[in-house]
Design a protein around this ligand. Structure first.
Ligand code: NAD
Ligand code: 3PG
Length: 621
């Protein structure tokens, strides 16, 4: 009989079984027919509760006692059930079988998945299983962890997972090379019409003139998204003699330099490239990022590869761009709907090469991903912290309750700070300054740091940040987050007086957000339970951090509030807050305007055209 060690149990209330605390104890809790059964196992003693009867024995006798207590004990000590709903490498399955009861059931309908999940402690999926709110609802109380055997977690409803207390883990690194290699394979196959020529010859034709391709050497490749996969694609494309540029506003410049790639703006990338390769996550800000407008700005005859996510391209717009010749060819591994419909115009287009989401499908990557996810899931079932957890905060309810308003402030400051960064230089160093009357031991800032990290990273990646993975993810992205505590003379009742976020060595799209020290600097406070922005660069402001925000720098002169307010009013944009801060009378001032709706481009252009306005930025909070 195999027992496992739960050092940090996911399932509390075990202590209710005994009045004696047992130090250095291993715990296994199981439930059968509503009877509580628990094994407490330490170096000195083993206490076994079977059907609520406590037995204490020497550890060496554990298994004999277990066997003798009841012939049924084996069935009472049920192993966790792990459902694997898509093909997983054998090495990973072995890791899982060593810990739990593994059931591999593929191609489940949503209904069948919901019905099966109520018996499962863990679920392992790839991109083909939609883990929806209904699945979490059906697994409520039993389902403890969902493992995504791969990177993209856009098929898992993370909000629902968190709401239902289910941990979600992924395997972010093991398929990077496979995806990059597939990107290069598609690039070359597209340039030389490999798939089309193959189909032609198999249909009995010999069309040498029809399938003349284009060369890659000396051509410009724009890598959109310079993360794990994008940088490996860039490295390989350079080996093919291509001139590689990349666009990723959040990538460290030194990583690009190391690969010999120039980081450029979005417009420069799409307007100068002969080939474009997509490696960005599907998140709200990248949904249909390639659309009629962006295709219109591309070089005529551009060739596009997508091994990221189908949803980053507006597929109807791509068909139009292919028909008009703006896009000469496309090679796609991923689609908005998977599988795409059989009569999809895009899939059937003669200038399109397609593969059925094979980016991660090499033997090596699948074995690697399987082991990575199996270890993460087993660790989570044991209650261990997981470095690849993508949800589930773990802080005591007392700390959460006290810090709740500051948690929101911290996330908003991070979110606001990252939006002030302009592309090209990369975020490497973030400093957080907490002003507080409390001593260092009296204030747990892990949650706040995690939330600032979340605010900074989430708008620019598909990583979901929480207390568990914040430091890991920041490190992985090359961002160093340091903290400084300044003791101030305020009420120790309040945990924090103010939080300041400084982002160093970056360019800002709003120059006034840069302090005298050269960093982007924003500061906030909680007022009446609501997070407020109180300082931008060297300017003091006071505006509630809700909805959206427009920051304008203007010459300090009468009538400015009215002018901007009128423009917004005419466009039916409701102003929720407004605050003006200035350095000195009639010189420069900053206006911070909270707006309920997102103003359209024309409205923002009108604000920018007001003569006294020197710069402005629109920020989503
Ligand atoms: N086809 C496949 O089988 C396959 C395999 C692996 C990964 N993927 C997909 O490839 C993508 C990249 O994966 P990864 O592991 O490299 O992720 P990653 O997080 O390492 O890299 C993503 C990069 O995109 C950048 N980014 C975010 N928003 C951007 C924007 N608006 N413009 C430009 N860059 C932006 C981020 O800064 C980050 O550097 C993901 O969508 C992933 O799901 C697909
Ligand atoms: O995000 C990923 O890891 C890839 O898209 C791979 O997806 P798959 O596991 O369904 O092959």
């Amino acid at each position: 009989m195999a027992f496992s060690t739960l050092t940090k149990p996911l399932f509390p209330s075990i202590s209710s079984f005994t009045s004696k605390p047992i130090s250095k104890t291993s715990l296994l809790s199981f439930n059968n027919n509503n009877n509580n059964n628990t094994l407490f196992h330490s170096k000195k003693q083993c206490s076994l509760v079977v059907n609520n009867v406590l037995k204490t024995v020497e550890p060496t006798q554990t298994s004999q006692v277990l066997d003798s207590v009841s012939n049924d004990v084996g069935s009472l000590v049920s192993k966790p059930t792990i459902l694997v709903s898509e093909k997983l490498g054998e090495a990973g399955l072995q890791v899982l079988r060593g810990y739990g009861k593994v059931e591999c059931i593929y191609d489940l309908s949503q209904e069948d998945l919901c019905s099966k999940i109520s018996e499962c402690d863990a679920l392992i999926v790839r991109s083909g299983t939609k883990v929806t709110r209904e699945v979490f609802e059906a697994g409520k109380g039993k389902l403890k962890v969902v493992g995504r055997a791969g990177v993209g977690i856009d098929n898992v409803d993370l909000k629902a997972a968190t709401e239902f207390g289910c941990l979600v883990v992924n395997a972010p690194t093991a398929n990077t090379i496979a995806a990059a290699e597939h990107g290069i394979a598609l690039l070359a196959a597209m340039a030389r019409n490999v798939a089309q020529a193959d189909a032609s010859i198999k249909s009995g034709k010999w069309q040498r003139n029809k399938y003349v391709g284009v060369s890659m050497v000396g051509k410009t490749l724009a890598v959109m998204g310079f993360g794990k996969v994008g940088s490996e694609v860039a490295r390989r494309a350079k080996g093919l003699g291509m001139n590689v540029i990349a666009h990723d506003p959040y990538a460290p410049a030194d990583r690009a330099r190391a690969v010999g790639v120039e980081l450029v703006s979005f417009d420069q990338a799409i307007s100068t490239a002969d080939f474009i390769s997509l490696h960005i996550p599907l998140i709200p800000t990248t949904n249909k990022m390639f659309n009629d407008d962006t295709f219109a700005r591309m070089k005529k005859g551009v060739r596009i590869v997508n091994v990221a996510r189908g949803g980053v391209i507006d597929e109807d717009a791509l068909v139009k761009a292919l028909d008009s010749g703006i896009v000469a060819q496309a090679a796609l591994d991923v689609f908005t709907e998977e599988p795409p419909s059989k009569d999809s115009k895009l899939v059937q287009h003669e200038n399109v090469t397609v593969t059925p989401h094979l980016g991660a499908s090499t033997k090596e990557a699948q074995e690697g991903v399987a082991i990575e996810i199996a270890e993460a899931v087993v660790g989570a079932l044991k209650g261990e912290l997981s470095a690849t957890a993508v949800n589930a905060p773990m802080v005591s309810p007392e700390v959460i309750s006290e810090l709740a308003p500051y948690v929101l402030l911290a996330e908003k400051l991070g979110r606001l700070g990252v939006q002030l960064v302009s592309g090209g230089s990369g975020i490497k160093s973030v400093k957080v300054v907490y002003r507080s009357a409390r001593g260092p031991d009296d204030l747990d800032t892990r949650l706040l740091r995690a939330m600032i990290t979340k605010g900074i990273i989430e708008p620019i990646s598909n990583s979901i940040i929480n207390l568990v993975n914040a430091d890991f993810t920041a490190k992985q992205k090359g961002i160093r987050i340091s903290e400084e505590r300044v003791v101030v003379d305020s009420s120790p009742e309040l945990p924090i007086d103010s939080i300041q976020v400084q982002i160093s060595n970056v360019e800002s799209k709003f120059a006034s957000g840069v302090s005298e020290g050269g960093q982007i600097s924003i500061e906030g406070k909680v007022k009446y339970g609501v997070p407020h922005l109180t300082c931008v660069g060297s300017f003091g402001v006071d505006v509630s951090l809700e909805g959206n925000l427009i920051l304008c720098r203007q010459l300090d002169q009468p009538g400015m509030i009215g002018k901007v307010g009128n423009i917004l009013g005419e466009e039916n944009v409701n102003v929720s807050f407004m605050s003006v801060g200035r350095t000195s009378l009639r010189k420069k001032a900053i206006m911070a305007i909270g707006v309920d709706e997102e103003p359209n481009k024309e409205t923002l252009d009108k604000i920018g055209a007001v003569p006294a306005i020197e710069e402005f930025v629109f920020l989503k909070l």
